[in-house]
Write a new protein. Structure first.
Length: 398
């Protein structure tokens, strides 16, 4: 028993530190905000930002028309916003449907280098974007709110920074999974990310709704090609001192997986992608001379943190092991204390829901989902290092 306790004590202590990092970082952010140290804004923008919206699409004939129509119907001057669909290695009518909906469409065939990040890099080489202020990435299974571009424009000037929009759930009432995902989106985009913004920390990028300044792209290029290109961009930009802000008023909506079976490949990709990025960029982040110690701590916390459901399962399992093996009870207390942050954000997000009673009821599914996430995370380890993944199934927007 003593040997087992020693063998498990070190990894449990390390896991406890990892789970506590986001709480520690947010606590420091709260102190900074309460101290009245607001972030400095850039100079005033002259006119509306000119946006180039890129819509990477692989066999998206079912979804791309709704996406294009929502982009073209935005309340934003058309001369300030160009929409281009990238039909990447498509074997269906994606390109024809996109053009029929009113978008310009580029067709790319490169079977050796498929995927969204490669498609975006290819498009940036084939398009003229010198007169634009920022590139906005919108997935083809997404619809945007009418004031999406205008809300991004309020974060101007955009050329020298990146901005993350509010990535919300389109099918929020479809199942307990989609209701919980909606709460998680609100917790992130309405509360966690604005706190980072007010504390002068970078907001994570989430792939869909990323707005990247053209000056940033000219300086650093597009070099994120992992299975989690959004986390890779976040790590790259943060390590290089590029500012990433949030724009919670700029909303776009995409489908969330509504069953565990459909959810598996997506969760595996997210977990494996974050671990891959952490392994590649953790040390460069810590060594960077262009960011503060506070930003380094927060970036490592973001890259190493599991999602809230997996966090819950790990904290409970770790506490049970501590009690079973009679390890120092302080470890269990710290593991449970690490749950305070996601709990606070969940309560705030639930209060912001239009139907909070049903949203709370959906969390009856959380215990099963949390321990299912442990299995999904374990299976994700085989994908670390950019292994292929299976795309999530689509169905039409409601």
């Amino acid at each position: 028993m003593m040997a087992l306790s020693l063998a498990l004590g070190l990894p449990l202590g390390l896991a406890t530190c990892v789970l506590l990092l986001p709480t520690l970082s947010d606590f420091m952010s709260v102190l900074r905000v309460l101290g009245g140290r607001a972030p400095k804004r850039g100079g005033a923008a002259s006119g509306l930002p000119r946006l180039l919206v890129l819509v990477p699409a692989h066999n998206e004939e079912m979804m791309v028309a709704a996406c294009v129509r929502s982009l073209l119907r935005m309340r934003y001057p058309p001369e300030c916003c160009t929409v281009t669909v990238i039909a990447d290695n498509c074997s269906d009518r994606t390109a024809d449907v996109a053009r029929a909906a009113g978008a310009r469409c580029l067709e790319r065939q490169d079977r050796l280098h498929p995927g969204k990040p490669r498609a975006i890099a290819w498009a940036l080489e084939h398009l003229s974007w010198d007169r634009h202020d920022a590139i906005v990435v919108v997935d083809a299974d997404t619809v945007v709110a009418p004031d999406f571009a205008a809300a991004l424009g309020r974060a101007a000037p955009l050329k020298a920074k990146a901005v993350q929009a509010y990535f919300d759930v389109d099918n929020r009432t479809e199942s307990a999974l989609t209701r919980m995902a909606t709460v998680y989106a609100a917790a992130s985009h309405q509360f966690a990310y604005p706190l980072k913004h007010r504390a002068a920390l970078n907001t994570p990028l989430v792939g869909n709704g990323m707005c990247i300044g053209t000056q940033v792209l000219r300086t650093h290029g597009w070099t994120a090609f992992s299975i989690a290109e959004d986390w890779e961009l976040y790590a790259q930009f943060t390590e290089r001192g590029v500012r990433i802000e949030c724009a919670p008023q700029a909303r776009l909506y995409a489908q969330e997986t509504h069953t565990l079976r459909h959810s598996l490949s997506q969760r595996e990709r997210w977990t494996a992608g974050k671990l891959t990025v952490l392994a590649r960029y953790g040390l460069p982040l810590l060594r960077s001379g262009r960011v503060s110690l506070r930003q380094k701590l927060d970036a490592i916390a973001e890259l190493s943190a599991p999602g809230p459901a997996l966090h819950l399962a790990l904290a409970l399992l770790g506490s049970a092991v501590v009690l079973l093996l009679r390890l120092p009870p302080a470890i269990a207390l710290l593991l449970l204390a690490s749950l305070l942050r996601p709990l606070v954000y969940a309560v705030l997000a639930l209060r912001a829901q239009p139907d909070p009673v049903r949203a709370v009821a959906a969390f009856a599914f959380l215990p099963l989902y949390a321990f299912w996430r442990v299995g999904a995370a374990a299976s994700a380890l085989r994908m670390v290092g950019d292994k292929p993944w299976v795309r999530t199934q689509r169905h039409r927007h409601g």
